[in-house]
Design a protein around this ligand. Structure first.
Ligand code: SAM
Length: 632
């Protein structure tokens, strides 16, 4: 039996056969093809299935090719159109002949499907589908709530509760929204503007989703931008590995919520994305979310090749690093994927099953090592990283080698970020569960002579923004060589616990440097760093005696070198988090520096990327501000 027949059988087994797709594949003892190959073909075809259904239907091949069933037709069409090596069958094999006869037709329909979705190139189409935009992230995950970030660049939580989520029953715990069939909502207590709703509700067709007012984003994936908490005095920000853009747009939303004059905010979020295809998706997301005004895209640019000393980055104070990783924390991987099948002349046989997330075009591998029947370890058979790379992993050694290669790259990225001369705060995150990509990378980075020379240290738990400080799941002390402070500083999220998140890791790094004086420092802030506004919505100014920031200093003053914190704790810091504004100096104010954001704006620094610069609506505070401006 061929790879295609075996995959088709597995995908069309009755829903009550039990087990995830992966466990079904790997528990079969009589497969002729390699399980990893079947799995890769199955999940990739499922991901493309809504496109392939359209292609096969429009090419009308099922009417003439009696050998092809609907599921076989999309499996073969997938490999014919998308796999590097084409259909993995001998040239004379009946199935191959049947599909290749229609090659031109299928290719043409595939191009039409791309154009209908207004995607510019084949590479961008792949990125589009990989990012979940094709299915609107609409897969249903059993008993897992859907996390939704309210995009405050376009709307407010209050507005959404009254519109998109009107009629939802409020739950006080995330567990309360886990049941299918309910219409419940939970407002998160760790990350602002984040809600969870019942798993059965699909909002991918809602106006709020289509207009970018709400963004489907796992709670844990919201942690990095929340921890980074870019303030008005934080200058420019770098998102080093940006596509598809969840965190880029989150950074912009937080930045703007802190800004007293959002219209005049000239802080820039530099978004780097090495893959050109994925950069197209990033651009779409940035535009849809309304964060394009503050985002400078660097499409196809490798962050590691940037020159930290370049004038373009002299104001970069905060960096968010969310590099490629093994993706082992991503959820949904073990669920049955959603499969759309083309209709035959009989009624449509389209079926829907829970969807699997984030993979890309498969390269059915003929070169993977032959497995001995029964010797597999389920957890090792296949690895799909968060960029969608599908790798067959057949042994502990292979897994180790893969993690090692990833961690080298991750460490390099972190050390590169340490080089930005004005940088004061960095977050490092992965959606991996492996310590090798997480705590161990953090430790190596902190131990590096360059980190010590520049004064980088870990952002300890008590220094973190309140939501992250209160988040209970922390790093592993064992992996941190018993360093409890470091372990507590590391933030983790488990994919199978009561918090209902994906598996995730996050750590913050800071440098004890004097903050630069900024115009916004003249405004009063609450303990979270948010601007305090008066009844009319105007930011409240700090009274002269309260205004105790040091002189404006273009050059960053680096504090004495500090090493990895010990259990003894720290008594001073000048990084980010709830106490950010507590860094005080008694010096008198001095004239504004040349590079303050507002002056840049006046001098016409044209650093915005030049996609459509539609002015987004602002969140409630900004709306209030505008209203009060008009009425005054
Ligand atoms: C984990 S994903 C980022 C997800 C993103 N932060 C989000 O929240 O939507 C990693 C991304 O980094 C990109 N990437 C990997 N190495 C890079 C590099 N050296 N420079 C820039 N981008 C890179 C990958 O192509 C991939 O799109």
């Amino acid at each position: 039996m061929s790879l295609y027949w075996e995959t088709a059988d597995l995908l069309t087994e009755p829903a009550n056969s039990g087990g995830s797709l992966k466990s079904r594949i790997f528990s079969k003892k009589d497969l002729k093809s390699q399980p990893a190959q079947i799995y890769a073909l199955a999940i990739e075809t499922c991901k493309w299935s809504s496109v392939l259904k359209e292609v096969v239907e429009n090419a009308d091949i099922l009417r003439v090719e009696r050998k092809l069933t609907p599921v076989l037709s999309i499996l073969l069409a997938h490999d014919l159109i998308l796999a590097k090596k084409g259909v993995a069958l001998p040239a004379t094999h009946g199935l191959r002949v049947a599909i290749e006869r229609h090659k031109n037709r299928l290719q043409a329909e595939f191009t039409r499907a791309r154009i209908r979705r207004r995607v510019g190139s084949a590479e961008a189409f792949k990125a589009f589908v990989e990012s979940g935009l094709e299915n609107g992230g609409g897969g249903s995950e059993m008993l897992r709530p859907r996390w939704i970030r309210i995009n405050t660049l376009k709307t407010t939580l209050e507005d959404q509760l009254e519109t998109t989520f009107s009629g939802y029953e409020r739950s006080t715990t995330v567990g309360g929204v886990r049941n299918r069939g309910s219409k419940r909502l939970f407002i998160d207590c760790h990350v602002p503007n984040l809600i969870a709703i019942s798993p059965n509700i699909d909002l991918s067709k809602s106006d709020a989703y289509k207009s970018g007012e709400i963004i489907f984003q796992d709670k844990a994936s919201c942690f990095p931008a929340h921890l980074l908490d870019p303030l008005a005095e934080d200058g420019d920000i770098i998102d080093a590995c940006a596509a598809p853009g969840n965190k880029t747009t989150h950074i912009a939303a937080i930045l703007l919520s802190h800004n007293s004059e959002p219209d005049e905010c000239s802080q820039v979020v530099h978004a780097f994305e090495k893959s050109k295809g994925r950069a197209e998706t990033l651009e779409k997301m940035v535009n849809l979310a309304g964060s394009n005004t503050w985002t400078k895209l660097h499409p196809g640019q490798d962050f590691l090749k940037t020159d930290p000393e370049s004038a373009a980055f002299k104001n970069v104070i905060a960096l968010l690093l969310d590099p490629s990783c093994s993706g082992s924390g991503i959820i949904g991987r073990d669920d049955m994927p959603e499969l759309h099948l083309p209709a035959t002349k009989q009624p449509s046989s389209s079926i829907s099953k829970p969807q699997k997330k984030g993979s890309k075009v498969p390269e059915p591998t003929s070169g993977t090592r032959k497995r001995k029947k029964g010797d597999h370890d389920d957890a090792l058979d296949v690895m799909v990283d968060d960029d969608g790379e599908v790798t067959a992993v057949n042994s502990d050694d292979e897994l180790k080698a893969r993690i090692e290669a990833l961690s080298k790259f991750q460490l390099e990225l972190l050390l590169h970020a340490f080089k930005f001369p004005a940088a004061r705060k960095i977050t490092y995150s992965t959606c991996s569960i492996h310590a090798g990509e997480n705590e161990l990378v953090v430790q190596k980075a902190l131990e590096h002579p360059f980190a010590k020379e520049r004064g980088w240290r870990i952002l300890m738990r008590e220094e973190q923004i309140r939501g992250m400080q209160q988040w209970p799941v922390r790093g592993s002390s064992e992996t941190c060589d018993g360093n409890e402070v470091l372990a507590e500083a590391c933030i983790r999220a488990n994919k199978d616990d009561e918090h209902c998140t994906m598996g995730f890791f996050l750590a913050g790094f800071i440098r004890d440097v004097k903050p630069r004086k900024d115009v916004d420092a003249e405004f009063l802030r609450d303990e979270r760093g948010h601007l305090v506004r008066d009844m009319m919505g105007f930011p409240v100014r700090v009274s002269p005696q309260e205004e105790n920031f040091g002189p404006i200093n273009e050059d960053v003053d680096i504090a004495p070198v500090r090493s990895v914190p010990t259990d003894e704790g720290e008594d001073e810091w000048a990084g980010f988090g709830d106490d950010d504004m507590a860094i005080v100096e008694q010096d008198k104010p001095a004239p504004l520096p040349q590079d303050t954001p507002k002056q840049d704006k006046k001098s016409g620094r044209g650093s915005r990327h030049d996609t459509s610069k539609k002015r987004p609506q602002f969140g409630i505070t900004d709306k209030m501000h505008k209203k009060s401006k008009k009425s005054s």
